[in-house]
Design a protein around this ligand. Sequence first.
Ligand code: ADP
Length: 436
Amino acid sequence: MTDTRQDPTGEPQAKPRLAARARGLVRPLGVGLVVAVAAVLAGLEAWEAIAVYLVFAIGLLVWPTGREASRARARARSTSVAAHHSGFALIEALDLPTIVFDRETQVVHQNLSARTLIGDFPQRAALSARIRSPVILDLVARVVARGIPESIEHSERVPSERWHEVRVAPVNPAAEPARRLYVMTFRDMTEARRMDRMRTDFVANASHELRTPLASLMGFIETMQGPARGDEKARDQFFGIMLEQAQRMARLIDDLLSLSRLEMRAHVAPEGSVDLGKTVTHVVDTLKPMADDLGIVIELSLPEAPAVVTGDVDELIQVFSNLVENACKYGQSGKRVEILVTRPEGEGPLVTVRDFGPGIPKEHVPRLTERFYRVDVETSRTKKGTGLGLAIVKHILTRHRARLIIKSVPGEGSSFTVKFSPAETARTDAIKEIYK
Ligand code: ADP
């Protein structure tokens, strides 16, 4: 590509030096002279000998120039082809989808990434054979007309929402128009845009969640200052509601802080050693009063040998508390919650929390770990949920290189399984061996 740009017409920049030129003249003039002398000796007239001399000298002068010129042309052709080939090889090696096209917008080359993104262009097909977006085709027309690089941001919703920065630039703007090439690249901005949207949604959601209890608190304060001033009975009732709303705000702030702390430590692997059986037993003991209040029996099943993983015990307590609390809250109608800790052969330990409540409709399952995502906002609020519990669980498990598997059958209940990776267990077993 660089060669093509520096030498857009493909013609070499010949710079013969003076000495080389002089050397070039010696041979034709010398040979011409020898032939002329031979002609005189052979008995030709002087003017005939001069004519022979001139014919030979001029012939020999012109012939090498023509030969040199055709050699130069061949050299230029091969340089230009090599430049294109090395350019195409370079483009092929890029993971940035790239298409090279000419002035007629016919595709000259597309790399593998472009083929994956857009599909294969038939030979010498125009860009419009596969690129239908009028915005991109307008961009191409503008760059071809003006010769100035330009880029636009392009989004498409089908088959999935994606954003690209599409850039079109001339490759060899100084070349004669028929030989000009252009390059089109697609930079994937999907992840960046998704993160932007998540950030804005998150701030909007968090503000909304805080605003609701705050508005309620302000309302009650105003009522007590105004119409309900001096009403002892109303004041007691209002204080109760105000306390609930303040507690809701506190829970939300705690969860938000938890999330931000986890994000800060996302790339730091936990180092402690956690006995899953003991941790889950501790969680069940802590939540038993709540389960009793809701009329739920918690059944716990532990493996014979301890299941130990590398982890942060406080964070894992937070995970299991959240899952058991949710099972009790949302699966209350099932009256029973099962917790199973197992160590399958050759795999990492599993902790399954299962309830027998109403279950979760299929379409909600993949989104449950999104921040503030709730199947039913009102039910979550009445059950003192913040919508951040499973997002926190997912963050903690990612840090522990563990996975959350959610299964649910509407009408039968749900199961939330934490699957630790075998590597984490093996490492812990090794540590135990050393310190035994
Ligand atoms: P919340 O604070 O609302 O409980 P979570 O992130 O813990 O937030 O859970 C998100 C949503 O997932 C809940 O609002 C609820 O709709 C649903 N959910 C979680 N666990 C269960 C369960 N065991 N049974 C039914 N629905 C559940």
